[in-house]
Write a protein of this length. Sequence first.
Length: 392
Amino acid sequence: MAQTFETIMSYPAADRELAKKAIDDAIRIIQGDLSIFTSKFPSSNSFGGFYEATENVEWTTGFWTGSIWLAYEYTKDDALKKAAEVQVDSFFERIRDKIDVNHHDMGFLFSLSCVAAYKLTGNEKAKEAALLAANHLAERYRENGSFLQAWGNVGEASEYRLIIDCLLNLPILYWASEVTGNKQYAQKAENHIKTAMNCILREDDSTYHTYFIDMETGKPSYGVTHQGNRNHSAWARGQAWGIYGIALSYHYLRDESYIQLFERVTDFFLRHLPEDLIPYWDFDFDTGSTEPRDSSAAAIAVCGMLEMAKYLDDEKRKKYTDAANRLLYALIHKCGNRDQNQSNGLLLHGTYARDSKENTCKDRGVDECNTWGDYFYMEALTRTLSDWKMYW
């Protein structure tokens, strides 16, 4: 059954007192994890509730470092700062040596680790690493089609596509233009979102996960899913990437047309939430389904709504702030971890990937914590408690 704003407003909302208790619980877990995850990083998802130690690989390690920086901002605990700076050194080595970076996820990796470090502490090594990452991302820009190629070797015919996730990687390009004065970074980011919005957003306001571009003509060709349930379904986390990604591009570009795009994508997300407000991994599923949830999608959407609300008129600001506070309340009560013996993660009931007939995934991290869910949960709590200056 579809939600309405009226029904969503009937739910309890998170307030500062609840958010403070939740962030205190989260930071206690982060501090407890430093003994394992300082020279090492947590795996992308937990296993039976617990992250394993890995090297600085995959697209997800920046979320952990970003969580440490958020905890440091809140507590001013020097041990957190020192741990994050150890990880900044690791990120510098990763981009210098091009370790597992043949993809577009430079923002996920370097905005939350190195841009954050530079903004918070003036760390010049972090700045250098982030600029190297921005350069690497800019090299993935395809003139024929005006987009950043998501995966694989640049110009590879079978991978000539964009994905909705990349909207969160664009801010590192805007930042690079700000600190270098070179407008080409920002221009590539702006061109990418224009291309993405031209093809990824459907008439019913749902989104494709990935869209192929014709290598010969440079025109959008066809959309499919990579992690959703069907090619034409709405993958919940993808829809959430759309919410926050549009808000972030509005922050940098102030293009008024993005307000309508934001409303379309966000209203679809809210209308299709189940009764308890924690989305299933794909919006094909609704209240009563036995399919797994993806709490991270709700956390991402909360951050996107709180960011965009800053730029809206009073009526719309209230609408989306109120909705975000309802989702955050549901996350705290249904998914927030308070017990280090239950999990060393922060946000329970996430889904990394779920197998279906039309996607290319195997089950991974189903009903587990994941590092991006933890990060966006921390960011949502931080936004609720302060006038937070973004790392993005």
